[in-house]
Design a protein around this ligand. Structure first.
Ligand SMILES: [Zn+2]
Length: 435
């Protein structure tokens, strides 16, 4: 009987010891951590995200110390009673604003909620070394024209005193990238959009360095008001019935020709504009053009840039849109020359534009040739000024044979007349940049 008692006590003791040992030693590993960003250049404003995970016991405490030479501060110090398996914390190095530039150490300490170390838990420590850059880039504008016309283009040259992640000119929600030139300076073409008024046109040149420091300065350029024309476009049934047959693939189903026209004129037009924006990114970082831009020879001008068109059906206004190019009419199937040197970045059917060629001239500047009956170039071709791109026609939303000639800047249609004017080009761009 005594023996039996003794062995029971022993067994209980051993069992207890095993349990304590298990609790003390089952989790020997500290939490795992990931820090974003974990390397590279950062600014005092850069947001950091720290993810800590401990599947066995949960996370108990977390601290972040930041060191640079003899300076140090605590960016984060937290402890929890609930044993969540994973924790996400955010912090920044705001307090390092006066630390100056250079290498900083971020020391992350995370402790789990295990009984290890008689209740202290397992701690893992990891040190991350990053480069602190607290200075925003300095922009110096070297060339700025005194004014820009509504719908028109302006060109600036500027320098930035450090490597940048991105730079360009912003105009409301539009972004015109600046392009780095072989001499290290930047060139940027931007527009005073046709739909804006002089009072809400406020272009800014911006630059963001690799650490995320941003500089943005207002450009002192005077916007000149230009009044665009208004125009009415009658929509006879004869035109609608024949033309809308071309758009039954895009808009199938039962609907009247007028209903289909409104879908084409609104939805398809919008989709085509969005396509121009993405084609606008396919541009050379250097200027491919020189001298004046050619127009369709021996042609008369039928419609101008930014004409505000009211579409009339049986005496009623059914729609209104801006016409964002020049309509040039010559003989039918007239050869269409490339306006200047460049690379074909689009040659295909494009909704309202029909058969359409887009030539990139670099730095976001492109010319568009629409309603062609034939295309003689393909995507990727290099063209010189005067090379024949195709023949005029009436494909897409065109009532008769003509060329719709557009100039597009980073996806935004701009006034083509400026580019057809040798004096404007010299005065506003080439002479200015040569200085
Ligand atoms: Zn047109």
């Amino acid at each position: 009987m005594k023996k039996f008692l003794l062995s029971t006590v022993l067994l209980t003791l051993v069992g207890g010891l095993v349990l304590v040992g298990f609790l003390l030693f089952r989790d020997q590993a500290g939490p795992q951590m990931t820090l974003t960003p974990a390397e590279g250049r950062i600014s005092p404003q850069t947001p950091f995200t720290l993810n800590v995970k401990d599947v066995e016991s949960g996370v108990k405490a977390l601290s972040v110390r930041v060191q640079k030479n003899s300076r140090e501060f605590v960016a984060l110090d937290e402890e929890w009673t609930d044993k969540l398996v994973s924790r996400t914390a955010e912090f920044s190095l705001k307090e390092s604003a006066d630390f100056g530039e250079g290498s900083v150490k971020i020391i992350v300490k995370a402790t789990d909620a295990s009984f290890s170390g008689f209740g202290k838990g397992n701690t893992s420590t990891q040190t991350f070394t990053l480069r602190l850059d607290s200075q925003p880039p300095r922009i110096s504008v070297t060339t700025l024209p005194p004014y820009v016309r509504r719908g028109g283009t302006a060109c600036i040259a500027y320098t930035v005193n450090e490597e940048v992640k991105s730079t360009g000119v912003t105009v409301e929600d539009l972004y015109f990238p600046g392009y780095r030139q072989p001499d290290g300076s930047y060139l940027c073409f931007f527009a005073f959009p046709y739909y804006m008024t002089t009072s809400n046109f406020a272009p800014r040149v911006t630059a963001e360095d690799e650490a995320g420091n941003v500089t943005s300065i207002a450009l002192a350029i005077k916007p000149l008001h230009v009044e665009f024309r208004v125009d009415t476009i009658p929509l006879p049934d004869s035109f609608l019935d024949s033309k809308m047959q071309d758009f039954t693939d895009e808009f199938p189903g039962q609907m009247s020709s007028l209903e289909r026209f409104l879908k084409v004129n609104r939805d398809l037009r919008k989709a085509n504009r969005a396509a121009l924006l993405s084609i606008g990114h396919k541009t050379s970082p250097t200027m491919l053009w020189s001298g004046r831009f050619l127009n369709l020879p021996n042609a008369s001008n039928r419609a101008r840039f930014a004409d505000h068109r009211s579409y009339m059906y049986k005496g009623q206004k059914v729609d209104d849109q801006y016409h964002l190019g020049l309509d040039m009419a010559s003989i039918a199937r007239a050869p269409v020359p490339a306006a200047n040197n460049g690379t074909v970045v689009f040659a295909d059917d494009m909704g309202i534009y029909g058969l359409c060629v887009i030539v990139d001239h670099g730095l976001g500047l492109q010319t568009l040739y629409a309603h062609l009956s034939e295309m003689h170039v393909k995507d990727g071709d290099t063209v010189n000024r005067g090379d024949i791109l195709g023949l005029t026609g009436a494909t897409g939303m065109a009532g008769g044979d003509h060329l719709h000639f557009g100039v597009i800047l980073s996806g935004l249609p701009v006034q083509p007349l400026e580019w057809l004017d040798q004096r404007w080009i010299r005065h506003n761009i080439t002479d200015r940049l040569a200085q």
